[in-house]
Every structure is written in structure tokens, then in C-alpha cells.
Unconditional design. Structure first.
Length: 641
């Protein structure tokens, strides 16, 4: 049996213990049974791209140093890595495409269940594409915008329009390096082509295509997903809510939405408030309907509706173990097939909804945007109907929840920092210039059973804010921060350094800002571009005293994100290394050489506090290069050995 969870939130510890008592396997046991994992895979030096293989390179130099075709460790590791970028970029961007198609639906179908919720943002984004707004009908603008945005995926000429939102110096650099993406899908296709047997062999050239694919994700597919979601579902504003398994209710019909795309979860959030459905739930003996989210779709409806978060990636099974979930519905991404066996132990109905993501043996209620409300109603009715099958004796809901503030965006930080009447990033830039703020860091990403659950997330974030670094967070890190109280200004202020405290109190923001889902990492890119545009901190993102991290990463999406931050000029830290350790050349290039080309680079460090200090060192290096004043409260900083 697996170990205990030492560092996770209390609810997770309790449910994990319960799983062990009931002899139910979860991800942690499956991970343990998988040990020892294949060293060749971990080091990135196994290749099964063609059927002359599989081939593996001997990392100790005694055995084969090339595959059957002659490919060496550098080629093999680089190819494997950029295939991960392609998959991650595809996941974000295909989500983005679905959002564009929803916008198209709104523009073309007057009876659509979706509406345009943020007209200002519609006009702002239309302006990026040179679409005339003036007195035109909103739906006409939306139609043009949807068509232009769709072109970004498949156009055969030109380069991504959205990517020109990056600072001009960055765009120029990308053009000079020939890594300005031409079209989102095209870069993914070319990555697949170049990594086919016997095509691109030069590891640096392979990585170059990886960078271009990743930029197409961050400054393309993901940014389109974020901006168009704001137009359709509303741009978030800071709001209060709750996180952790305690948000599930004993006397309510509990529905968990799990996955990523707001098209489904947003409509569920709205339809669940329908009086008729609530009355139906009451007729069945429940007090009402409780919606809660898992993974990034949780972040989407948290930010826009204040719907509480049940948990993050590693809690999806723990949520079912409460025995109180009547329906868990999934769309796409980060959904563990292991959920299926858990539903055999409880009354919970697992429902898949996307034609792209079925689980064999699991009921499928297909969701299509043009029948959104009716499908959502069916799903909610299914949950109401299933409430009676709940076995009260087996229900164990941990009471733990934590308060939080979420819903910051590049626009709302902007308004907050500038005060009500003067929307500007000036106070933020000035705080950095004057040395009250050391800099800023984005801490994001998954959790992974290969690390102590949440330890790295929490220790890293605390260490950064302690050292006067403002933290922005997304994805599962944001949910970890929430559960550990770090999105509650009162708690976060206790950990924050003096300078950070002064700035946050002056402008009325907490020290850790929840800016959304993983797709919303594009909001961090926009914030960085805005800081550059505000002036006084250099000409490019690579000049800024900032760093990024995904301490407990696991998914291919995280690899794509890391690469688009590196390509944007950001020092990017992860704890467990990328699968490149079997290629010294590739490792050296990604953690060092690449910086001379794009200004950003990768760093790997297992100790999260040490990792935070490496990020702080980088921030200080940038402060020095900008000749900024010394920090006002220098004593906060304690370097690790
Ligand atoms: Ni991001 Fe969101 Fe979580 Fe990781 Fe998965 S839910 S898109 S990939 S696990 S942070
Ligand atoms: Fe082996 Fe080369 Fe085929 Fe990869 S591409 S499996 S290294 S022969």
C-alpha cells in the first residue's frame, strides 16, 4: 500500500486514508505499482517512432549510442520532446477552436443558447484583427472575428495575427529566428512531419520547431481561447468563493464538472439555477443542486460564477470516494480513466460528454453547443434521479474548505493597480523600479504522484511572496494555493515580504493572484506584454525581473506552456526535469545555450525552496541588468547554500 500524503490539504489526507481502509486503489497506489519506471523513458532516450525499433540508447556509454537508423540520443530526446509540445499545443488549441466555433454559432444562430457577454472585449479583440466596429451590429462583428480567428488555425499564408500582441522587440526576434508561427495547426503538423523517421535530426533545429509550435499555442490557440471565452462567458472579475471537497453537500444533489472547456460547464452552472430543476431535486428529497468543479473547468466557472472548486487533478478520485457525488461529468483533458473503476464502488454516475473523449463502459451523453441547454438539463436530471441511489452509510464528506478570491485578469489587474479612474500598469512598474517589489512570478501547473502532493506548489509560492515577489497562478497550482489559504488575502499577507505587503495593500490586491485556467496562462503573457508596454523595465519580456514555474508538472500541455514561456523570454523552472537527461547536449542547450537565442531558458530543481531561490536569483540578475535601485527591504532575502 502506498504511503500517506504528508503535505496535501486535510481533506485529501482524509479521503486518501479512507481509500486505503476500504482497499480502493487510487493514483498513488497505481504509481507505486509502476515502480521502478523505465529509465530510458525517463531520460528521453527510447524511440519507437518506426518499426525498425523500438530503440534505446545506453546512457552509460557501454551499449548502443544510436538507434537502428543511426539517430543518436540528442535527436531521439529532442524529437520526443517536441512531440510533447505538439500534443500540448493541440490540446489547448483544439479547445480554442471549439470556443471560436461557439462564437460563430452565436453570430449565425439567433436562437443560440450562448450570448455575447462582453461587448467591450469583442470590440477590443476585433481591433486586433482590423475588423471595423463602429456602429456595426455586435453579431456582425462576432461573425467577422470568428472567421478571422479560424484562419489563425489553418491559413496557408502569413503569420499569426494574435502573436503580434507580443512586444514589438519579441516579434522582431521571432521573425529573425524564423520561429514566428504561420498557423496554429500547421506548426503542429510540421512538428509531426519533422519528427517522422528520417527527417529532422539536428536537435537544435528540432527544438526551434518546438518553439514555433509552442508560440502558436500560447500566443495563438490559448490566447484565442481566453479572449473569446471572455467575450462569450464574460470577462472575470475578482470574487470570493470556496475550495476543497467540503464544498460537496450531504443534503444536495452534487454534480461535479471535470475537464476543461467552459462551453459545457458554464451552461451547467446557469441551468442548475433553474427553479424547475431545483424543485425537481426537492421532490426527490434533496435541498437543492450543488455544482462544483475539478481541474481547469473548475477555474473557468469559479472565475465567472463563483462556483466552488471541489479539487484539482489529484483529487478527482478522492471526490468520488466521498460517496456523495451523484454525477461527475467530463469533457476533455486530465480525466483519469481510473475514475471508471471507482464508480463501480459507489452510486456515482460518470458521464462523458465529448465525442473526442469517451471511456469504454461509461455512459455518454453527447454535448453539442447547438443543443447546450437541453443537454445540460438532461445531465442535471440524471443527477437528480441518481440522488436516491446514494448510500447514506457510505457518505463521508470531509468538512474542510478554504475561502479564496479568484477572477483576476490582465484587465482587472490593470484597473486595480491604476485605481478606479486611471487604468494603468504604472504603479506595478514603479513598485518594481523603486525596489518595493522584487519582481513577479507565474507559478502554475499540475500535480504529479512522482512528488509529495502540493509540497512544491505551496513551498515555492510562499518562498516567492516572502521575498517580495508578486505571484500569479493558474490551473491546478491555483487550486492548491486556494486549499492552503494562499488565495485568502489575510493568510497570504502573513507570508508576504514587507515590500510586497505595502504594494498590495496600496493597490488593493492580494499577494497571490488567481488568473484562471491553464489556457489562461495566455493572460500572464498579456500581463507581461503590458508591463513592457508601460515602460521603464526594458524593451522585451526577457528584460523583465520575472520567472515562471510548474513545480509539479505532469502533462504535455505543461511542456507546451513551459516552451512558450521560454520562447517569450522567461526563465522557467520545473522540479522534476523534462525527459532530456539522456542527452547532455540537449540538456545543456535547454538549460543554458537557448538563453542566448530567445532570452528564456529551462531550469530543473527538485527542492522547491531552492528552486524558488534560483528564480529569485534570476529576477535579481534582471534587476541588476536594468540598473534598478536596491530592494527597499533587502533583508527579506535569504539565499540557500
Ligand atoms: Ni493544466 Fe488543467 Fe491541472 Fe495540469 Fe490538467 S487540469 S490544463 S494540465 S493537471 S494544471
Ligand atoms: Fe529506432 Fe530510428 Fe526507428 Fe527511432 S526512428 S525507432 S531510433 S530506427
Amino acid at each position: 500500500m502506498a504511503k500517506e500524503l504528508h503535505y496535501a490539504d486535510e481533506a485529501s489526507k482524509k479521503m486518501f486514508k479512507k481509500a486505503q481502509e476500504d482497499n480502493i486503489d487510487t493514483i498513488w497506489e497505481r504509481y507505486e505499482k509502476m515502480q521502478p519506471q523505465c529509465g530510458f523513458g525517463l531520460m528521453g532516450i527510447c524511440c519507437r517512432i518506426c518499426s525498425m525499433g523500438p530503440c534505446r540508447i545506453d546512457p552509460f556509454g557501454d551499449g548502443p549510442q544510436t538507434g537502428v537508423c543511426g539517430a543518436n540520443a540528442d535527436t531521439i530526446a529532442a524529437r520526443n520532446l517536441i512531440r510533447m509540445i505538439a500534443a500540448g499545443a493541440a490540446a489547448h488549441s483544439d479547445h480554442g477552436r471549439d470556443i471560436v466555433n461557439t462564437l460563430l454559432l452565436i453570430a449565425q444562430d439567433p436562437t443560440s443558447d450562448y450570448q455575447l457577454k462582453d461587448i467591450d472585449k469583442l470590440k477590443q479583440v476585433a481591433a486586433i484583427y482590423n475588423i471595423k466596429t463602429g456602429n456595426r451590429e455586435n453579431k456582425d462583428i462576432a461573425l467577422d472575428l470568428a472567421k478571422e480567428a479560424l484562419k489563425e488555425f489553418g491559413q496557408q499564408e502569413g503569420t499569426l495575427v494574435m502573436a503580434k500582441q507580443a512586444p514589438p522587440a519579441r516579434v522582431k526576434l521571432w521573425e529573425e529566428l524564423s520561429i514566428m508561427p504561420r498557423a496554429i495547426d500547421r506548426e503542429i503538423v510540421e512538428t509531426m512531419h519533422r519528427t517522422h523517421m528520417g527527417v529532422d535530426t539536428d536537435y537544435k533545429n528540432i527544438i526551434k520547431q518546438g518553439l514555433r509550435t509552442a508560440i502558436g499555442d500560447g500566443w495563438g490557440g490559448s490566447m484565442i481561447a481566453t479572449d473569446l471565452s471572455d467575450i462569450i462567458f464574460g470577462t472575470p472579475n475578482p470574487l470570493r468563493s470556496q475550495a476543497n471537497l467540503g464544498v460537496l453537500k450531504k443534503d444536495m444533489v452534487n454534480i461535479i464538472v471535470h475537464g476543461h472547456e467552459p462551453t459545457l460547464s458554464d451552461i451547467i452552472a446557469i441551468v442548475s439555477q433553474d427553479e424547475k430543476l431545483i424543485n425537481k431535486a426537492k421532490e426527490k428529497g434533496a435541498k437543492g443542486i450543488q455544482i462544483a468543479g475539478i481541474c481547469c473547468t473548475a477555474n473557468e466557472i469559479l472565475m465567472r460564477h463563483g462556483i466552488p472548486v471541489a479539487g484539482n487533478f489529484l483529487q478527482q478520485e478522492l471526490a468520488l470516494l466521498t460517496g456523495a457525488v451523484d454525477v461527475m461529468l467530463t469533457d476533455v483533458q486530465c480525466i483519469m480513466p481510473g475514475l471508471r473503476s471507482l464508480t463501480n464502488c459507489f452510486h456515482t454516475k460518470l458521464l462523458t460528454t465529448s465525442p473526442k473523449a469517451k471511456i469504454e463502459g461509461v455512459e455518454h451523453i453527447e454535448f453539442h453547443e447547438d443543443k447546450a441547454v437541453s443537454t445540460a438539463t438532461t445531465i442535471i436530471e440524471t443527477a437528480i434521479e441518481n440522488f436516491k441511489n446514494r448510500d447514506a452509510k457510505r457518505v463521508v464528506i470531509p468538512t474542510d474548505t478554504e475561502g479564496l478570491i479568484a477572477g483576476f485578469t490582465s484587465e482587472s489587474v490593470f484597473t486595480f493597480l491604476g485605481g478606479k479612474y486611471r487604468a494603468t500598469y504604472r504603479p506595478l512598474n514603479d513598485a518594481v523600479i523603486s525596489g518595493r517589489l522584487r519582481g513577479a512570478a507565474g507559478v502554475i501547473g499540475c500535480s504529479n504522484p512522482n512528488m509529495e502532493f502540493e509540497e512544491a506548489h505551496i513551498k515555492m509560492v510562499i518562498e516567492l511572496i516572502k521575498n517580495d515577489t508578486l505571484v500569479v497562478t493558474t490551473g491546478c497550482n491555483a487550486i492548491s494555493c486556494a486549499k492552503h489559504g494562499l488565495l485568502k488575502p489575510e493568510t497570504a499577507f502573513k507570508h508576504a515580504g514587507k515590500g510586497l505587503q505595502e504594494i498590495c495593500r496600496a493597490v488593493g490586491i492580494p499577494p497571490v493572484l488567481h488568473v484562471g485556467s491553464c489556457v489562461d496562462n495566455s493572460r500572464i503573457l498579456t500581463i507581461l506584454a503590458n508591463i513592457v508596454a508601460e515602460g521603464g523595465l526594458g524593451n522585451d519580456i526577457s528584460d523583465l525581473p520575472v520567472a515562471g514555474a510548474a513545480p509539479e508538472w505532469m502533462s504535455e500541455k505543461a511542456v507546451a506552456i513551459g516552451f512558450y514561456f521560454v520562447a517569450s523570454g522567461v526563465y522557467t523552472m520545473i522540479c522534476q526535469p523534462l525527459a532530456v537527461m539522456g542527452s547532455k547536449n540537449l540538456y545543456d542547450y535547454l538549460t543554458d545555450g537557448i538563453e542566448a537565442e530567445v532570452g528564456g531558458k529551462w531550469a530543473f530543481e527538485l527542492n522547491p525552496v531552492k528552486a524558488a531561490h534560483m528564480m529569485l536569483d534570476h529576477i535579481d540578475k534582471k534587476r541588476k541588468a536594468l540598473k534598478l535601485k536596491p530592494l527597499v527591504y533587502e533583508q527579506a532575502y535569504k539565499p540557500v547554500e
